[in-house]
Design a protein around this ligand. Structure first.
Ligand code: CS2
Length: 497
């Protein structure tokens, strides 16, 4: 991102010049750290950081966040130069508002200072570790949850140098914490994984089993001292652009290289299992509950599943953003049928929630013209997203003896996207950690839609066996893929409506 830095920079010295409504609720330095967060992306800054600041503002407590960037140093440098301050601009059709957030007590770059990160994880003052590292950083097979270490994680498991991967940092950090007898801690996944708490526990347990050089008593220490609360996280936060930074600068009068913009809506449901205490997130509007499962399924299947549907079909039709995709004739109608006929029939929603009403709200949020969320951003990493967003919907419908016709269209949209070109022949990028395996499978099965379905459905790390072996699902996906290939998105939707 090319940025010109002419104006003064955001930082403590700039705060008194800001309009009162733009100032942070918490002044960095005034509150000690109690949370470590892994993943310094836009989503964290516009979601957990905002909730945590509001929780500290409402109820106090030493719960400021030390945020760790697992890979990219750019955000660490930007925030370090700004006394850890950044702004969130709320975008709605009705206008914008910008406010500086003071939740961060520090930032670290894991690759250049792994030992500092391990020391933090072993610090008794840190009692909560949250994560937004995206699905692929967990290195779990999306369909099964089996740990599939890449070379970097294999080296972390062997333990002959400081860890470089997220699972490696957690493994060695917990080992250091156990050795220091630093007290219990909650590890909280805020990624869009299915049953994310269970997945994170599975990750840690598998990593401990496969690692060398960890004490034999570590599993027992983890069982007695570490919890893995599940969460449902929600806020649409597009990747920041030069326009995001320009908006922040216009509002603040200083430049903010860590600025983010987001929709007004935000939601967070958290399982209340924090053995070392937690910020008063409930005072900030989060829902603390015994079981977040129903909320998580609601959100992954309705919001994320429909997001992916709009992304694949929109990208094929040459639409740059989700809001533009929704203007494709008949798409909104098809998405409504996906929600009403398939998603709503696939699971039991939380008490008092009607899936179709929630779905209407989701479609309205997607249509927010001020949010430019790129179809290609949602379309990326499909292998990591499709199971929990769409394939579980299909599996549950089929187990109940029901058809899954509209969900099959989403799978066909993904397969058609994997072929790598739009309806008018322009190239589409395939960004996916399993991209090589997908490409190899498709190269073998490219000749006909049925063979493409066979080839990708054979990838059991992505497509669970119950879905892959279901002839009715294969027939539906093949029919949709044939239509998309022959006639394109517009005509396929017109024919379906
Ligand atoms: C999106 C999500 O990029 C994507 O895949 O579907 O990031 C989505 O915007 C968030 O989950 C909304 O809470």
């Amino acid at each position: 991102m090319a940025v010109s830095v002419g104006a003064a920079r955001l930082g403590l010295a700039a705060l008194r010049r800001l309009p009162a409504e733009a100032r942070p609720l918490v002044r960095p330095g005034a509150v000690q750290a109690g949370v470590v967060h892994l993943g310094l992306g836009a989503f964290h800054r516009a979601h957990q950081a905002v909730y945590t600041e509001a929780a500290i503002g409402a109820a106090g407590g030493d719960w400021a966040i030390v945020a760790v960037a697992p890979r990219n140093p750019a955000m660490v440098e930007a925030l370090a130069a700004q006394d850890h301050l950044f702004s969130v601009t709320t975008l709605s059709g009705g206008g914008t508002g910008t406010r500086v957030v003071g939740a961060l007590a520090g930032v670290r770059h894991a690759p250049s200072a792994p030992d500092a990160v391990l020391a933090l994880l072993a610090d008794p003052a840190i009692r909560v570790v949250t994560l937004t590292v995206t699905e692929k950083a967990y290195q779990l097979d999306p369909a099964t949850g089996r740990l599939r270490p890449d070379r970097a994680l294999a080296a972390d498991l062997a333990g002959d140098r400081p860890p470089t991967t997220v699972p490696g940092l957690l493994l060695r950090g917990l080992a250091a914490r156990a050795a220091a007898d630093a007290g219990p801690v909650a590890l909280v996944s805020c990624d869009n994984l299915p049953a994310n708490g269970v997945r994170l526990r599975g990750l840690v347990e598998q990593a401990v089993r496969q690692a060398t050089g960890v004490p034999g008593a570590l599993p027992e220490w983890i069982a007695g001292n570490v919890t893995f609360p599940g969460t449902m996280v929600d806020r649409i936060v597009p990747a920041s652009t030069a326009e995001t930074l320009a908006q922040a600068r216009r509002a603040l009068g200083v430049s903010d290289l860590a600025a983010v913009a987001a929709e007004p809506y935000a939601h967070w449901v958290i399982e209340d299992d924090f053995p070392g205490g937690r910020p008063a997130w409930d005072r900030a509007g989060a829902v603390l509950t015994a079981d977040a499962g129903a909320w998580e399924r609601l959100k992954l299947r309705t919001l994320n599943g429909v997001h992916s549907a709009a992304a694949y079909l929109g990208a094929l039709a040459g639409r740059e953003t989700i809001a533009e995709a929704l203007e494709i004739p008949h798409l909104a109608g098809v998405l409504r049928r996906l929600i009403a006929e398939d998603v709503a029939a696939s699971f039991t929603p939380p008490d008092g929630v009607r899936v179709v009403d929630y779905g209407e709200e989701v479609l309205a949020r997607f249509g927010n013209p001020a949010i430019r969320y790129r179809t290609l951003q949602v379309a990326s990493d499909g292998s990591q997203k499709l199971p929990q967003r769409v394939l579980h919907t299909i599996a549950d419908l089929r187990a109940a003896g029901r058809p899954a016709r509209w969900a099959a269209l989403v799978v066909a949209g993904w397969l058609r996207f994997l072929l790598g070109y739009t309806d008018d022949g322009r190239p589409l990028p395939l960004e996916d950690p399993l991209g090589d395996r997908i490409r190899a499978a498709l190269a073998a099965g490219r000749q006909t839609p049925a063979r493409a379905v066979d080839a990708v459905f054979a990838l059991r790390e992505i497509v669970p066996a119950d879905v892959a072996e279901d002839d009715e699902v294969r027939t539906d996906v093949t029919a949709w893929l044939t239509a998309l290939e022959r006639h394109g998105v517009a005509a396929t939707l017109a024919g379906a409506a």
